[in-house]
Design a protein around this ligand. Sequence first.
Ligand code: DC
Length: 219
Amino acid sequence: MNTRIITIDGPAGAGKTTVSKCLSQKLGCVYVDTGALYRGVAYEIQQQKIDWENDIALEAFLKDIDLNFVMENDTFVLTSSGKDITKFIRTPEISMLASSSSAIPQVRAALLDIQRNIAKTKDAVFEGRDMGTVVFPGASVKFFLFADLSIRAERRFDEMPEKTKDIRKVKNEMKIRDNNDSHRKTAPLKPADDAIEIDSTLLTIEQVVNKMIGFIEKA
Ligand code: DC
């Protein structure tokens, strides 16, 4: 790999997205939210009512899916067949569906090439669950960002629109997703052996980013 690839893996709510955006801006490189790609797949599964237990239907669906993204100001804008689906992919329902559909090996295989193709030509910060372990085992620097469940749930809760606020529900769904993501057979969420682990429970975004830059400069 001739490009500089930084990977940030970790559970939901650990601060990956904010930290990754900030880091990519400081390093002047591309930012890729791979969770958004899995959310895009989940959204289309829902819209097209795909029966993912039917291998033939799943294969046809994955062959046709056409996800793309651009950064617009500070927003990772996701399109599916040219249609902007960004505002539909952050609901609790799509979060859960993304977590369960991402356990399907064919879904992961379909997104592997998209992710690796970007990295061939561009320096980038990739955030996800299996960036350091599976997608980019040769990445320049790998981070694993985590935090206590209660803090992560509080952070997610604070970001939510008023009407859907229920902290216990947020915490419970996060726990289920953590469990799904860490215990699936294919590419489970875990730190790569050579990942630098950072606990963000008591740190600000700025402190996390500065720590990361310190490690990147030394690499
Ligand atoms: O990062 P996120 O919360 O937007 O991700 C949504 C789901 O997608 C997450 O619960 C698991 C899945 N995912 C994955 O399996 N692998 C990735 N690299 C990124 C996300």
